[in-house]
Design a protein around this ligand. Structure first.
Ligand code: M6R
Length: 614
């Protein structure tokens, strides 16, 4: 949601903080700020809006910031209080001797604020974070030990937080802690880094410590001491970070989203390595820790996810039910957690998340875990909080996805569902061997088919120009591509702000058809298979209401030329695998429309890459 960075060492800190924040900009971008320690003075600089505004502000302070070697930084996605200068982090206590940055939400901030106001604390912002600054400072005033003050303060906090704290009395010390929000410590030579996520520090070091919930770390250039919430020293494990810095470059593409769309063929190849060898070998999925007997007897699966991951989950449901005959429920995590859900040790619960951090999904899987369900996580972040809750973990290995709009992580999630469904079907013996062979064969050549689409992207670019000025957009599909319609529409609304909606085509006549006229584009995902003819009829119904019709199709049917105003052709593919092919042009269409409209493609307004608040 927000991003935090920290540095203590011997290099000029400001460049390190700004670069780190830039790598975290996907987490929030409505204001930013830094606090640095310079000769015992804490200096704070903030700006509203994009990080560039902070960089511009700092240009006029060059002389006063260049010597600092310790500091903290923050990039905000507002939850409490508008994205104004006063609400931007870092926040301080009354006397300004303590500064901190925070990611998360303090749920009991109102009670704490009332208490602290009685003590004489004066609050300047509308944030929950400022409470933490006053609380730690108040405790510090009594005990004069920063680490201990942070520890005691965290015992009073309810909610989620990652905190990075500095104090005027400590010229080379940062204190950091976390609960239900990510935080890593990077280890350098005579220096330490702190960040919400790997991209902020990967340029500087590949060695890191993942702080565990409720631990408190005290960092100086040469030391790390970690204690638990009882104040006892903790041994920590140094891990090697998973990415190379090159993953964070646009590699010549105009936007990360376009680069990530183009990475999809390789992402799929990568997923299949070691899992799908030949069409006759069974799928290998050592990541699934359920015994063959349990899998054979499994009769219920629940899949929980949000946003794009939810759409991948819906495809997962379709194929698991079709291939394995197991009943699957899919539910948005935010709904799942606020009702009495029926789950137990006989239910397999699958959590799907690109970031592995999404608060709603994390809470949902913790709830199911407590009821004894086996938790299988499909994520692009094997180092995430969700991964740490998993009994079985399928990392989708899409590489870091920087653009807020998920593309390659979605395709990787869907592909993981195919592998899982085939793996289970082979154990259960529930799918015809000829179909199995065909599917495996097609899975292996899907990367080439995506490459074919990418090599004809001008066709989609032309379509984007023709339809960019529409206010609304409808996507229709049936069967396994209904989630594709939802995902295509989500991509378009996220980055172009056009009001796009996906419908199961059969539902059109039950209400949405009333909206159709010559101003409304309707995109029909018309892939060969069991519902082709049905969808064709639904498209004709739309044409009869004068809608502007676009077909996304792998059919050579000549009559489509008369029916549709625009045809986007994709390669032939088995119906069951068609969602992977069909989504590529829809990602490109959304991208080109947003680009044509001059929108901020990689950082759309009001969104953040990982949503760590419920
Ligand atoms: O990290 P997650 O997959 O759990 O995130 C879930 C959604 O927030 C995410 O998919 C969101 O919808 C994306 N912006 C989609 O492009």
């Amino acid at each position: 949601m927000c991003g935090i960075v920290g540095y203590v060492g011997t290099q000029p800190v400001v460049d390190i903080l700004l670069d780190g924040l830039q790598q975290l900009e996907y987490r929030g971008y409505d204001s930013s700020g830094i606090a640095i320690s310079d000769n015992g003075e804490i200096k704070i600089y903030k700006a509203e809006g994009k990080l560039q505004n902070l960089k511009d502000t700092l240009k006029s302070h060059n002389d006063e910031i260049q010597n600092a070697q310790m500091g903290i930084g923050h990039i905000r996605w507002a939850t409490h209080g508008a994205p104004t200068l006063i609400n931007a982090h870092p926040h301080t206590c009354n006397c300004g001797r303590l500064a901190l940055v925070h990611n998360g939400i303090i749920e009991n901030f109102k009670e704490l604020k009332a208490e602290l106001e009685k003590e004489g604390c004066v609050f300047r912002s509308q944030t929950d974070t400022e409470v933490v600054a006053h609380l730690i400072a108040s405790i510090y005033g009594k005990i004069k030990n920063l680490t201990e003050a942070v520890r005691l303060a965290t015992l009073r906090l309810e909610g989620a937080y990652a905190l990075c704290v500095m104090h005027k009395d400590y010229k080379d010390t940062l204190v950091v802690t976390k609960r239900n929000a990510p935080l890593i410590i990077g280890l350098g030579e005579g220096e330490h880094f702190v960040a919400s996520d790997v991209p902020a520090i990967i340029k500087h070091t590949k060695r890191a410590v993942y702080l565990v919930d409720n631990q408190i770390a005290t960092l100086t250039p040469k030391s790390i001491d970690i204690i638990n919430s009882h104040g006892q020293n903790i041994e920590y494990k140094v891990e090697i970070l998973p990415w190379e810095p090159v993953a964070l470059s646009k590699m010549g593409y105009k936007h990360f989203m376009l680069k990530e769309i183009h990475e999809q063929p390789d992402v799929i190849r990568n997923i299949l390595v070691g899992k799908l060898h030949t069409t006759s070998d069974p799928v290998v999925l050592n990541e699934v820790k359920l015994t063959r007997d349990t899998l054979k007897n499994l009769n219920r699966i629940q899949i929980i996810a949000c946003g794009t991951s939810l759409h991948a989950a819906m495809i997962g449901k379709y194929i698991i039910e079709t291939f394995c005959g197991i009943s699957v429920d899919v539910e948005p995590s935010s709904e799942y957690i606020y009702r009495r859900t029926v789950t137990d040790e006989h239910t397999l619960v699958i959590g799907v998340s690109q970031s592995g951090e999404t608060a709603d999904t994390l809470t949902a899987i913790k709830q199911s875990k407590a009821k004894g369900s086996h938790i299988l996580i499909i994520t692009n972040r094997p180092d995430s909080a969700m991964a740490r809750e998993a009994d079985s973990l399928i990392p989708v290995s899409a590489g870091i996805e920087v653009s807020v709009a998920a593309t390659k992580s979605y395709v990787a999630q869907v592909m993981s569902f195919y592998l899982l469904a085939i793996y289970m079907a082979e154990i259960k013996g529930s799918l015809d061997s000829t179909i199995l062979k065909n599917l495996k064969n097609e899975m292996m050549i899907i990367p080439q088919k995506i490459e074919q689409i990418l090599s004809h992207k001008e066709e989609i670019q032309r379509c984007a120009k023709e339809y960019a000025n529409t206010k609304d957009f409808i996507y229709i599909a049936r069967g396994i591509n209904y989630p594709t319609a939802l995902e295509g529409a989500l991509k378009l609304k996220e980055i172009s702000y056009i009001n796009a909606t996906g419908y199961p085509a059969g539902e059109l006549k039950h209400g949405p058809i009333a909206m159709l006229d010559e101003t409304m584009p309707v995109l029909s995902i018309l892939m060969h298979g069991s519902v082709y003819e049905k969808l064709l009829s639904n498209s004709e119904e739309a044409k009869a209401r004068n809608a502007r019709l676009i077909a996304l199709t792998n059919s050579n049917d000549k009559k489509l030329n008369d029916l549709f105003d625009y045809i986007i052709k994709v390669p032939e593919v088995h119906e069951y695998l068609s969602p992977i092919i069909a989504i590529i042009p829809l990602q490109l269409l959304a991208y080109y429309i947003a680009e044509f409209l001059g929108k901020d493609v990689d950082q759309p307004r009001n969104l953040a890459k990982s949503v760590t608040v419920e």
